[in-house]
Structures are given as C-alpha cells and as structure tokens.
Design a protein around this ligand. Structure first.
Ligand code: C2E
Ligand code: MG
Ligand code: MG
Ligand code: MG
Length: 280
C-alpha cells in the first residue's frame, strides 16, 4: 500500500517525497477519523427526464467538510482512499447511507426514480463487492432495481478480469449499471456489447460547448444515437443552460442533470426542490 501511495504522490505533486509521505499518513488518519465520527455526508443531485421534466433519478455525491482542511473535493480524498484501501469501507458506507435515504424517500419523492452511486474501479476489484451490496440491499430493504452503479470507463473490464463477474453478479441481483463520463476514457465499445449496461452518461466536457460548437454537437448526437440504438438510456451531465437542455431534448437524449436543474443538494433541500416540481 505504501508503495502505491508513494508512486501516486510522485505522479501527482511536486512536493518532496518525505513531506508527501507525511501528507498521506495524515490524510489516511483523517479519513479514518472522519469515518469513525461520521463526518462524511452525501449530496444529492436530481436528474430529469428531458421529455417531461419529471424527476428521473438522483446521483449521490460524497462530501467531506474536514475541520482543518475545509471542504475537500471528492476527487482528492477518493483518490487518497483508493491508494490506502480505505475506499472499500468508505464506499460501502456511501452505498448503505444512500440506500437508507432512498428507502425513506421511496413512497414520497423518489416515485419511479432511481438512486445512482459512484463506484471506484478499486471497489469493483474486491471479490466480495457484489455480496456486500446485496447485504446492504437486504438490510435497508431498498429495492435492487432502484439502485444504479456508476462506473467510469477506466473501471470497465473485459471477460476474465476480476470485475467482470462482479458486474454480472450485480446485474443478476437487479442492480443497474451506468457508464459515467462516457467518451473521455479509453473507450472500448466491446464493453457495451459484453457487459449489462443500462445507462450512458455523456461527459460534461461535451455538454459544455453545446449547442454552437459543431464537434460537440456531432459527438453528443452520435452518443445519443448509439446509446438509444443499443436500447440504453442516455443521460447528459453538466447541463447549465436552457440552450443546452433544448438541444439535448431535440436530439432525443433521455435524461439530463446539471446546475440548470439543481446543484448537488442536501436531503432537505432536495425534498424542497422536488416539492416545487422538477422542471425549472
Ligand atoms: P462524477 O460522478 O462525474 O460527478 C459529476 C460532478 O460534476 C460532480 O462533482 C458534480 O457536483 C459536478 N456537476 C454537476 N452538475 C454540474 C454542472 O452543471 N456543471 C459543472 N461544472 N459541474 C457539475 P463532485 O461532486 O465534485 O464529484 C467529482 C467526482 O468525484 C465525481 O464525478 C466522481 O467521479 C467522484 N465522486 C463523487 N462522489 C463519489 C462517491 O461517492 N464515490 C466515488 N467513488 N466517487 C465519487
Ligand atoms: Mg457520477
Ligand atoms: Mg460524470
Ligand atoms: Mg467525473
């Protein structure tokens, strides 16, 4: 583990190694403490059905307000937790907390919507990941078909890789799978054929330049056409303007999420947002 951490540090920063080693030891300690005292919390960002404006889903995003560091970006502490192995405990806590919240919302604001959780490639490699998810679903009572696991292309696996079985096990349990940040990784379309994927999420870097940038428009159109052709539901991420939303609706993209609809909210704010009606 230490060598992973050190090689991570070397790749990601210019601070001298000794200092970095100390930084990582510190962050490892801080993450443990935060897990112990319940300092992590979840934010919820709604996804809407473009055709109707109805709530279609909710993405769960982890947040950490560290007393000394302040708001730490998940990109930062998730990466650190991957290097130390703490992502396994943190990741399962996130899923259990999300399912508990989802269960409380089930007969009210959730309606037919699903709850999406982000899962790191490291979590997927744990041989007991699918069994742990099934156990959480059993304990919380949250229906498996309301849970979506979001994976980036870097987590995607080929037949024979350790994560391949995990994804099929999740699918057999009824959990659905989304490809996050689609188009930004090393896209290998074979996984769309070989894995039980239900959702494609168009990365926000493609959405940002819509509708006027011709390349962005072609890429968005192509992803939607391919996704829909394969029977998948396509979700646009990072929608910030009405013009982007209108364009995506016009090319028959299924769902959208982004600041145009709502920022990631706490549970009370999300309930308030849903009460006002999903469309802005
Ligand atoms: P992601 O899963 O692709 O999440 C989307 C990110 O875009 C979130 O950043 C969200 O707050 C942000 N976002 C949403 N709408 C807009 C918009 O309209 N404009 C812009 N500019 N940004 C928008 P966040 O929460 O900082 O998360 C960053 C990344 O960290 C996530 O990317 C995901 O890869 C990772 N992450 C977040 N929560 C978790 C988690 O619970 N577990 C794991 N393993 N990774 C997580
Ligand atoms: Mg995501
Ligand atoms: Mg994304
Ligand atoms: Mg991302």
């Amino acid at each position: 583990v230490m060598s992973d951490i050190v090689s991570y540090s070397v790749r990601h920063s210019r601070t001298p190694l000794v200092e970095q080693r100390q930084d990582f030891a510190e962050i490892e300690f801080a993450i443990d403490r935060a897990l112990g005292i319940g300092e992590f919390r979840l934010a919820y960002q709604p996804q809407v059905e473009l055709a109707t404006g109805q709530l279609a889903g909710i993405e769960v995003l982890v947040r950490w307000d560290d007393p000394t560091r302040g708001q730490v970006s998940p990109l930062e502490f998730v990466t650190a937790a991957e290097a130390t192995g703490q992502i396994h405990a943190l990741g399962l806590w996130i899923i259990e907390e999300a399912c508990n919240q989802g269960q409380r919302w089930r007969d009210t604001l959730l309606g037919a919507a699903a709850l999406s959780v982000n899962v790191s490639p490291v979590q997927l490699k744990a041989p007991d990941f699918a069994a742990n998810v099934r156990a959480i679903l059993g304990r919380t009572g949250f229906p498996p078909d309301r849970l979506v696991v979001e994976l980036t292309e870097s987590a995607l696996v080929q037949r024979g890789d350790p994560g391949f079985e995990t994804l099929w096990e999740l699918h057999q349990a009824g959990v659905r799978i989304a490809i996050d940040d689609f188009g930004t990784g090393y896209s290998c379309l074979a996984y769309l054929r070989d894995l039980p994927v239900s959702f494609l999420k168009i990365d926000q870097s493609f959405v940002r330049d819509l509708p006027h940038n011709e390349s962005a428009a072609v890429i968005a159109r192509t992803i939607v056409a391919m996704g829909r052709g394969l029977g998948l539901s396509v979700v646009a991420e990072g929608v910030e303007t009405e013009a982007q939303a209108d364009f995506l609706k016009g090319i028959w993209c299924n769902k959208a999420q982004g600041y145009f609809y709502a920022k990631p909210l706490n549970s009370a704010q999300l309930a308030g947002w849903a009460e006002l009606g999903a469309s802005p």
